[in-house]
Design a binder for this molecule. Structure first.
Ligand SMILES: NC(=O)c1ccc[n+]([C@@H]2O[C@H](COP(=O)([O-])OP(=O)(O)OC[C@H]3O[C@@H](n4cnc5c(N)ncnc54)[C@H](OP(=O)(O)O)[C@@H]3O)[C@@H](O)[C@H]2O)c1
Length: 239
């Protein structure tokens, strides 16, 4: 049987790189995508197993269609898409109402429109899989329920462009899951944890190996696994 073909966006560092490593160790053929080709090549060298670097800027329509054409030509299908690329651009010194519209737009360009555009471009290839798995990197910060709960751990963490972009990722996940219902294909949203990456910061409680676990789990779901859920390490999160 041929290997599972898996593409991870934003995989040159952080949770994406670790997810690529862990899935390569499980025997996947990993397409390690990064917006900077040289970074993709360097990151791929750090991984044992079948890894192929790919240039993919999720905000660039030409880059996305070129990447999809390469995967179509080389593999003819895609089994796993991990929409991992993301940015957090809010200025923590500003109140929610004071974040600039430029910040909102840049954040949504990557975290929401980029994620949707990549999914749209690769969906025809994912539908060639016997059972595709799409993993959307959300965040617990996208949970509206927890933002309204004063004793939740995120109640005070109001960085709105980022948080609302992840709420949008959650909502999009529900809509795509509805479209995919009754097919062998699944899409779920993942909260990786608060992880020690450039985004999460050095003081974050979770190491990068654990931070990749939710993505790896959702990428390897069995046939009877969930579709349209929002998870952290196997536990359902409130929307
Ligand atoms: N770390 C956490 O605590 C945490 C918590 C919840 C959710 N998450 C989510 O988990 C995902 C990974 O985060 P991380 O902590 O690993 O962050 P990170 O270390 O900052 O890495 C982010 C990755 O996204 C890439 N990226 C940004 N814009 C891109 C674009 N336009 N096209 C392609 N790639 C792009 C970056 O590439 P460059 O190197 O070129 O910038 C980098 O590879 C993100 O979606 C994040 O929102 C993280």
């Amino acid at each position: 049987m041929s290997k599972t073909i898996t593409l991870v966006t934003g995989a040159n560092k952080g949770i994406g790189l670790e997810t690529a490593k862990q899935l390569a160790a499980l025997g996947h053929h990993v397409i390690l995508a990064a917006r900077d080709r040289a970074k993709a090549v360097e990151a791929a060298k750090q991984i044992d197993g079948e890894v192929e670097p790919l240039q993919l800027d999720v905000t660039d329509a030409i880059s996305i269609s070129a990447a999809a054409a390469i995967v179509a030509q080389k593999h003819g299908r895609l089994d796993v898409l991990i929409n991992n690329a993301g940015v957090m651009l809010d200025d923590p010194a500003r109140r929610p109402s004071e974040q600039t519209l430029a910040t909102w737009r840049q954040t949504f360009d990557t975290n929401v429109f980029g994620l949707v555009a990549v999914t749209q471009a690769f969906l025809p290839l994912l539908k060639q899989s016997a059972g595709a798995r799409i993993v959307n990197l959300s965040s617990i910060l996208g949970s509206n329920s927890l933002h309204q709960t004063p004793d939740s751990g995120i109640y005070e963490f109001k960085v709105p462009a980022y948080n609302v972009s992840k709420s949008a990722v959650n909502a999009w996940t529900v809509h795509l899951a509805h479209e995919l219902r009754g097919t062998p294909h699944k899409v779920n949203a993942a909260h990786p944890g608060h992880v020690q990456t450039d985004m999460g910061g050095a003081a974050a409680p979770m190491g990068i190996p654990d931070g990749a676990k939710t993505s790896v789990w959702l990428a390897t779901l069995p046939v009877d696994g969930p579709n349209g859920g929002y998870f952290h390490q196997g536990e359902t999160l409130p929307w």
